[in-house]
Write a protein that binds this ligand. Structure first.
Ligand SMILES: Nc1nc2c(c(=O)[nH]1)N[C@H]1C(S)=C(S)[C@@H](COP(=O)(O)OP(=O)(O)OC[C@H]3O[C@@H](n4cnc5c(=O)[nH]c(N)nc54)[C@H](O)[C@@H]3O)O[C@H]1N2
Ligand SMILES: Nc1nc2c(c(=O)[nH]1)N[C@H]1C(S)=C(S)[C@@H](COP(=O)(O)OP(=O)(O)OC[C@H]3O[C@@H](n4cnc5c(=O)[nH]c(N)nc54)[C@H](O)[C@@H]3O)O[C@H]1N2
Ligand code: SF4
Ligand SMILES: [Mo]
Length: 733
């Protein structure tokens, strides 16, 4: 306890666990202030998760000293979770990069921007000259502001004319994107958080919102009229507060959903009107699901038939049902298909386009949505298709470039970029605001790939396990130091504001992109007249006009007046001040026929089943205190103290059999790698034969174990199931 209190004391600027916690102490950062009393508050949006909470960031002497919830923001209404409340501590954290670095004689040394960017442009330029535009790739992120991401897409694909550009969103949301495209003909979550308030049934599939979207949880709890159903193999904090928990066996969601659809059809409780007018493929679906009777569902999913029937009954009887999901669905080789099936269930029960009724993909990162819409990865900006002649002509005209300047195809997805490095086709890589060494599956293979590169450039706000391997490191400003917008899971665009300057010589990503554009000789051509991110936003408003994700009516002023505006928000039609709460209100979706395509999906067992050598199924995920690879939350004393190290959850019966006791540490290994000395939590949160490890910790990296298998359509990794063994008493690697 005393240690914990001492750590909390660190938050006002004393030493922290041997590391110098520089808050208020380092002259490099300007006038010293030990006071946490802000002289003014800056209105902004949290930079962690996609809930998109409005926040007030307290500033004193040019430094962020406090954070509190914005009482006027429509999403969080004044509340924040522990990460948001302590987010100001990330800005002056000791791990921040203050200068660009270049590798000289094997060591990364601080240098100036001319040197670092000059070297980057020369080395990438040479690779492209010798090996073509296929030889350099870019992997970015869902954590830039939309303005930066929009600029980056233009720079990479039109300016540098690189063939391969993708982001960490492929590790995350791509199955939701491709599932939505299959069902509705376009990406775009149809619902709103308000649906959680208005629904009378809320189903959460593979979504642990209590840990990972904390400020959605009050909305769930406060809707007393709704029955909540959680589908998750673990008894998560979210499952603990649900009315019904279906603790299914890993990756049996497709069987369960098919079984529920069969019951709803057998009971004749589908929405006949909606099915007749707004769907296609119903007869095939009704026929397909006949094989999923309750006995089969009980047997394969490992849950009692009565519990399945009860959940199906609740869904069928609901007047307004919202089915939300996250990574328990997306992180699978059948992610796209599972998403399409969730959309089918919503459609046959008429739960689309009405208040409280939607198939709702809750996104992950603060701006995963903005990057989906404005980016140049899965589609061209504004959800435009690479192949569609009309889309191409329109974009070329908007940008005043010839059509042949636009790429013809999307280029490699993230895992295929890594494969391209391994087979020698890709030799240069620019990694922006993502930390693949910790977050990409099968770490050994990933490190092998990165070591093969001719040139690795990493642009980050912190020194990371990935930047440690780089040839050139670009020191970036982070959230709190830059201007722009984030778009949250419900399509709400909110403002992000700078409270202080990037540390030392670090620069905002926007400024770095503009400088690279200048050095590449494409600035005047693509970014003429751009001085600030606001200029990018103005252009993006024009470029998105008329598209589903229409931002044209969204101005910074309108965001200020409303607290956040939901797209579509066209200029030429009347839209409420806060934008459009939901899509497809007339039941018409952007498929060629305007009808929802109902998917027939067949479950496949996951490839690496538990076996004699590796008898456990490993599940990986998150905890509320930490953000991904901990570059930020690992530097915040209160969060670090609350969750200082990794753990493995093991069922009491398995622990007994292995002879493991509370407090023991073990070695966990898979076909691909091992982690040693990880602490055991003996708990019935997990089922027998299943174990769980959070993926946040570099030193106990779950991704040494995970499998590099990917959804064939979305290319999203299968992070949630692989086979592992547990050995006791092992020391050292
Ligand atoms: N605190 C915190 N919050 C975050 C993040 C963070 O790192 N930390 N990251 C953000 C990001 S980018 C994302 S994508 C979201 C992710 O948010 P979540 O998707 O909620 O996060 P996970 O813990 O990865 O996985 C969710 C659940 O999927 C379950 N699951 C595993 N296998 C299966 C299965 O076969 N079927 C079903 N139905 N469920 C299964 C797991 O047991 C787990 O409870 O969180 C966002 N919010
Ligand atoms: N085993 C397993 N692995 C997983 C998952 C899982 O559930 N299980 N989840 C996957 C998912 S859903 C995701 S989204 C990924 C996330 O994986 P990553 O993207 O690798 O995770 P982060 O730690 O968020 O990395 C973001 C990096 O950007 C830096 N950064 C932050 N803000 C800025 C900025 O403004 N500018 C710049 N230049 N840098 C910045 C941070 O310091 C950090 O190094 O992990 C995936 N990996
Ligand atoms: S719920 Fe998400 S957006 Fe809100 S404060 Fe927490 S991390 Fe930030
Ligand atoms: Mo994510």
């Amino acid at each position: 306890m005393r240690k914990l209190l001492a750590r909390i004391g660190d938050m006002v600027g004393t030493d922290h666990g041997g590391k110098r916690y520089t808050y208020g102490n380092d002259p490099k950062f300007g006038p010293v202030s030990t006071s946490r009393l802000p002289s003014h508050w800056v209105r902004t949006t949290c930079g962690y998760c996609s809930v998109g909470c409005g926040m007030l960031l307290g500033v004193r002497d040019g430094r962020a000293v406090a954070a509190k919830g914005d009482p006027d923001h429509p999403v969080n209404r004044g509340r924040l979770c522990p990460k948001g409340l302590s987010e100001h501590h990330t800005l002056a954290a000791p791990g921040r990069l203050t200068d660009p670095l270049v590798r000289r004689n094997g060591r990364l040394v601080a240098t100036g921007w001319d040197d670092a960017l000059g070297e980057m442009v020369t080395r990438f330029g040479r690779l492209i000259e010798e090996h073509g535009p296929e030889s350099v790739a870019v992997i970015s992120t869902g954590q830039l502001v939309t303005e930066e991401f929009y600029a980056l897409g233009k720079l990479v694909r039109l300016g540098m004319r690189l063939a391969h550009f993708d982001g960490n969103t492929t590790l995350c949301m791509s199955s939701a994107v491709s599932g939505y495209k299959q069902a509705f003909g376009s990406d775009g979550p149809p619902g709103s958080y308000a649906d959680l308030d208005q629904a009378d049934c809320i189903v959460l599939i593979g979504a642990n919102v209590a840990d990972n979207h904390p400020l959605l949880t009050p909305r769930l709890l406060e809707n007393r009229a709704a029955t909540s159903i959680v589908i998750d193999p673990r008894v998560t904090k979210t499952a603990m507060v649900a009315d019904q928990h279906l603790a299914i066996r890993p990756r049996t969601d497709i069987t369960l959903l098919n079984g529920i659809i069969k019951l709803v059809i057998d009971w004749d409780m589908i929405d006949h009107g909606f099915v007749a007018e707004h769907t296609e493929g119903y007869a095939e679906l009704a026929d397909h699901v006949q094989q999923f009777d309750l006995d089969r569902v009980e047997r394969e999913c490992g849950i009692p038939a009565s519990a399945v029937a009860k959940a199906a009954r609740t869904i069928a009887e609901a007047k307004r049902c919202t089915v939300a999901w996250t990574m328990g669905v997306n992180h699978s080789v059948q992610g796209t298909e599972t998403v399409a099936l969730v959309c089918a269930l919503s459609a046959i029960t008429g739960n689309l386009g009405r208040p409280g009724s939607s198939p709702f993909s809750i996104t992950g990162q603060c701006n995963a949505m903005g990057t989906r819409e404005a980016g140049f990865t899965a589609s061209m900006p504004g959800y435009r298709s690479y192949e569609n002649a009309h889309d191409r002509a329109e974009l070329a005209q908007l940008w005043n470039v010839t059509e042949d300047r636009l790429p013809l195809v999307r280029g490699r997805a993230y895992p295929d970029i890594i494969n391209g490095i391994i087979d020698g086709r890709i030799r240069g890589l620019w990694v922006i605001a993502t930390n693949p060494v910790v977050s990409f599956p099968n770490r050994d293979l990933l490190e092998f790939a990165l070591a093969k590169l001719d040139t690795l450039v990493v642009q980050d706000g912190f020194s990371t396990p990935t930047s440690d391997l780089a040839d050139i490191v670009l020191a970036a400003g982070i959230w709190g130091e830059k201007e722009g917008t984030f778009t949250n899971s419900e399509r709400r665009v909110s403002r992000v504001r700078a409270a202080c300057r990037p540390p030392g010589n670090a620069r905002t990503d926007f400024d770095i992109f503009m400088d690279v554009a200048r050095r590449w000789g494409v600035h005047d051509d693509l970014f003429a007249g751009w001085a600030t991110p606001a200029d990018a936003f103005e252009e993006w408003r024009r470029v998105s006009h008329g598209r589903l994700c229409d931002y044209s009516g969204i101005t910074y002023e309108r965001i200020d007046a409303s607290g956040g505006v939901q797209w579509p928000c066209p200029t030429d039609e009347p839209v409420p001040l806060g934008g459009t709460p939901r899509l497809y209100t007339d039941g018409v979706v952007p498929t060629p026929s305007g009808r929802v395509r109902l998917a027939c999906v067949t479950p496949k067992p996951f490839s690496e089943q538990p076996n004699r050598r590796y008898p456990f199924t490993l599940n990986t995920g998150r905890t509320v205190e930490h953000w991904h690879t901990r570059t930020k939350t690992g530097e915040v004393p209160i969060l670090d103290s609350l969750s200082p190290q990794a753990w493995i959850e093991v069922h009491p019966d398995d622990a007994n059999q292995l002879g493991i006791r509370v407090g023991d540490t073990v070695r966990v290994s898979s076909e691909r790698g091992a982690i040693d000395g990880i602490g055991v939590r003996i708990t019935s949160i997990v089922r027998r034969g299943e174990v769980f490890v959070p993926f946040h910790f570099d030193e106990m990296c779950a991704n040494r174990l995970t499998l590099n298998e990917f959804d064939p359509v979305s290319r999203e990794p299968n992070y949630k199931q692989c086979a592992v063994r547990i050995d006791t008493g092992a020391k050292g690697r």
